[in-house]
Write a protein that binds this ligand. Structure first.
Ligand code: NDP
Ligand SMILES: N[C@@H](CC=O)C(=O)O
Length: 413
């Protein structure tokens, strides 16, 4: 039986996930491709680490030795940072090798360039694992784009942040303890400030933007905020209003431009993100025909990410990415309306005067702070915020709207 030869760059959480997935699903892959998969070489950084790797596989710290291996069909890349990953993948593509990457920090900025190079060399680039771990969101977008125009994407895109917020709320863990468990479980990045500071979710949002809208907004114009300001007081206050904090990336396209934001927001019980807990991610995509499609599942970790990479591998072996060029889209509507809801923390117990201008939906006091759940006009609210810098507000996330016809059909009378 003929063989498919592959190499792995990186043997950390994700590299080991690919190794294990290829091993445990060997027979299935053979059934699908008619070929035996053989791992020929693995690139690592630190040769002193102990590893459980089949002794027939070459383990090296020198990328050129990987390229020197003959007949590598596919390269799996799971190392860290923009470089040297980008250089390695360009060299592999130049040699006519297909690549599958999980490296979102690299792919967010270099993805378009790699895809162009790959087209010129008639090879494929799989990048499902860069975004939302095990969720097949890139594949879903590709499928939807066959006929739909995509106008909005909203998602919980960082498993570490979602895990920390869930554990702080449900188990009363401190931020530091919850982060350290996320690191032990292999969810966090090598530098976890990227997770908790919003940068990791931002990279994923930019990759989604390119996949769905065939373009990205100016990176500097996308506000990015992580979860580090959220205390257990805030989480408790939200819970008492039947709201939960979620770290969400949103991106939308209108006729002129693409705009996005990455920030913690509050979601209501009725929102599809409310019950997305621990390491789960969720992505809602709004298409012009289908309405709202929501995918949720494990957003990080060894096997979910390994699964995404091996799915990509099989797709490209079967030639499914041969014409994966996305088409330019025109979106039409905006999600932001004039009205909104917010939870606000103010330093004083007495109700501030400005509350009269809004609907006061509920209030509680916690640890000497007054928490107000209000609803009102967005412009008025912006003016209040500018006048009082001591306010700490969080918006309540609106759901991506369903088409009104779909909504009518979905409602039960
Ligand atoms: N963890 C997760 O759940 C997910 C991670 N990703 C992405 O996948 C990639 C890998 O993540 P993860 O496995 O968690 O990271 P780890 O830190 O666990 O592993 C990184 C691996 O890459 C190797 N490596 C790092 N730098 C170099 C280099 N310059 N040259 C050669 N090898 C290098 C390391 O070698 P050594 O073992 O010698 O230290 C290690 O084996 C990252 O880009 C990450 O953003 C994507 C989706 C999910
Ligand atoms: N560190 C990332 C890993 C997956 O992309 C996360 O926590 O989501």
């Amino acid at each position: 039986m003929s063989e498919l030869h592959v190499a792995l760059l990186g043997f950390g959480t994700v590299g080991q996930g690919v190794y294990e997935a290829l091993d445990t699903h060997r027979e299935r892959i053979k059934d699908i491709t008619g070929k035996e998969v053989r791992i020929r070489a693995i690139l690592i950084k630190d040769p002193s680490k102990e590893r459980e790797i089949d002794p027939s596989i070459k383990v090296t710290t020198d990328f050129d030795e990987i390229l020197e291996e003959e007949d590598i069909d596919v390269l799996f890349e799971a190392i860290v940072g923009e470089e040297p990953g980008y250089t390695y993948l360009t060299k592999a593509i130049e040699r006519g090798i297909h690549v599958v990457t999980a490296n979102k920090a690299m792919f967010a900025s270099k993805g378009e360039d790699l895809l162009t190079r790959a087209r010129e060399r008639e090879v494929a680039v799989g990048f499902e694992a860069t975004t939302a771990g095990g969720l097949p969101v890139i594949g879903a977008i590709r499928q939807l784009l066959n006929v739909n125009e995509i106008t909005h994407i909203q998602g919980i895109l960082n498993g570490t942040s979602n895990f920390i917020l869930s554990q702080m709320r449900k188990e009363g863990l401190s931020f530091e303890r919850a982060l350290s468990i996320a690191q032990e479980k292999g969810y966090a990045e090598a530098d976890p400030t990227s997770d908790v500071g919003g940068q990791d979710a931002f990279y994923k949002l930019m990759i989604l933007s390119r996949a769905a809208f065939h373009g990205q907004p100016d990176w500097e114009a996308v506000p990015k905020k992580g979860i580090t300001d959220l205390t257990s007081d805030w989480l408790q206050a939200a819970e008492s209003f039947s709201l939960r904090f979620k770290h969400v990336g949103s991106i939308q396209r209108d006729r002129e431009s693409i705009s996005g934001v990455v920030e913690p927001v509050l979601v209501k019980e009725s929102h599809p993100f409310y019950g997305v807990e621990d390491v789960e991610n969720v992505v809602s995509v709004k298409g012009s025909l289908v309405g709202r499609v929501t995918l949720s599942g494990p957003g990080a970790g060894k096997l979910p990410t390994g699964s995404a990479m091996v799915e990509d591998f099989l797709s490209l072996i079967e030639g499914r990415y041969a014409s994966s060029e996305t088409r330019a889209r025109i979106g039409v509507e905006s999600l932001s309306g004039r009205d909104g809801e917010w939870v606000v923390r103010t330093p004083d117990e007495a109700l501030p005067e400005w509350v009269d201008r809004f609907d006061l939906l509920d209030r509680i006091t916690l640890s000497g702070h007054l928490y107000l759940f209000i609803r009102g006009n967005e412009e008025e609210w912006n003016a209040v915020q500018q006048a009082d810098v001591r306010l700490q507000p969080y918006p309540v996330l609106k759901e991506l709207p369903l088409e009104s016809r779909l909504k009518r059909e979905a409602s039960v009378r």
